[in-house]
Design a protein around this ligand. Sequence first.
Ligand SMILES: CCCCCCCC/C=C\C=C\CC(=O)SCCNC(=O)CCNC(=O)[C@H](O)C(C)(C)COP(=O)(O)OP(=O)(O)OC[C@H]1O[C@@H](n2cnc3c(N)ncnc32)[C@H](O)[C@@H]1OP(=O)(O)O
Length: 292
Amino acid sequence: MALLAGRTVLLRAGVRLGAEAATRGGNGARRFASHRVLVEPDAAAGIATIKLKNPPVNSLSLEFLTELIICLEKLENDKTFRGIILTSDCPGIFSAGLDLREMCGKNPAHYAEYWRAVQEIWLKLYLSNMVLVAAINGASPAGGCLMALTCDYRVLADNPRYRIGLNETLLGIIAPFWFKDNLVNTIGHRAADRALQLGLLFPPTEALQVGMVDQVVPEDQIHSTALSVMSQWLAIPDHARQLTKSMMRKATADHLIKQREADIQNFVSFISKDSIQKSLQVYLEKLKQKKH
Ligand SMILES: CCCCCCCC/C=C\C=C\CC(=O)SCCNC(=O)CCNC(=O)[C@H](O)C(C)(C)COP(=O)(O)OP(=O)(O)OC[C@H]1O[C@@H](n2cnc3c(N)ncnc32)[C@H](O)[C@@H]1OP(=O)(O)O
């Protein structure tokens, strides 16, 4: 059973297990898909490709996060798989990050439940025993960038519209300390200091330069590149790689785990402020008006 902080996520977020489809793939592997998370298994290679499918922009709503958490738990417990490729099924968008509608005009209990799910997905991805390769085939701001940062390797499609970064300050909000820790671990303190304060969204060439991604490739090569990177990582004995990954990441994850409840309370009181609500509403309105 999938648990989120000791409770059944299926019940909390109203996601019905019946919404899932379970079939067998061509190679006999069990293929499972929820509404918004598509899993393409390659049992022979030990790799599952997760495609995020929450159109139009893969914003991380509570239901979407819940489906993703359940999917990751299943894969983590299935010894068939040693690696995950994380990518998007929404053209041009990897993920628009946290769903702003979950953080606007709701009550404190909702904010707390939402933030717990955000923490949970980060912990699941960051501490995964599997090899995670992000095949970033679209724009990847804020929470979208964070998901990519949890992966062991990032390949970004070469398109100037596919910008990636933690742009929270542009929304008048603050990247939580564990977003910051994950970024510092990836690009170093000085670059993270600048990127976070300015809310920088890096186009591919700059993202590569600063170390936000490991490789930039033409868009039509993104999946084949992710597969070839994966085979390189899977050539390392699991126990040695997993213990090394844990050694590198445990302190950062523990930082959040130890302060999980306090972090939720901080988030709830921060996001509930009138001034923050106003900033988020203005930002959402601007996004909507962009088209007109
Ligand atoms: C004291 C210390 C306390 C610490 C407290 C910590 C507090 C931290 C709090 C929060 C942290 C949040 C991290 C986040 O992830 S916030 C989300 C940030 N995301 C963004 O800024 C991205 C916004 N979106 C875009 O830039 C674009 O939409 C883009 C992804 C580039 C796609 O562009 P395009 O293809 O042109 O699509 P549209 O802009 O037209 O969008 C289509 C519709 O989707 C809606 N949308 C977009 N993004 C979001 C989102 N993140 N959440 C909800 N909805 C979103 C957009 O409004 C359009 O809607 P509609 O069709 O109805 O007009």
